[in-house]
Design a protein around this ligand. Structure first.
Ligand SMILES: [Zn+2]
Length: 110
């Protein structure tokens, strides 16, 4: 497939990129699909647009893409995972808060 075999016209690009969402969703007629596929083979611009679109869809559906995602693949984190993050000052603050609460309760109880 030579790059110059089919000159990609601006009008075709507009049309292709307008149809791309349907194309990647497999919602275009077979003839249209074939035409878009052929256009993508000769048009780097539309190719990039199609890739972007496919990427978006992969992001939304494929967990494999989570590797490049800042979000963890499994959002349900076990509580124990937080403990190593707790440093001595965090513990001190926790103990102080607990002690303070205890003292307030003792005072109110009298
Ligand atoms: Zn194009």
């Amino acid at each position: 497939m030579g790059e110059n075999s089919l000159p990609a016209t601006k009008a075709a690009c507009v049309l292709v990129q307008e149809l791309l969402p349907l194309y990647v969703d497999n919602e275009v007629a077979p003839d249209t699909r074939r035409w878009i596929t052929e256009h993508l083979q000769v048009c780097p611009d539309c190719q990039a647009a199609a890739l972007d679109l496919t990427q978006d869809i992969l992001d939304a559906t494929a967990p494999i893409k989570a590797l490049s995602d800042p979000l963890p693949p499994n959002p349900v984190k076990p509580r124990a995972g937080l403990w190593p993050v707790m440093t001595w000052w965090a513990w001190t603050a926790f103990v102080a808060a607990a002690a303070g609460t205890f003292i307030v309760i003792m005072i109110l109880w009298r």
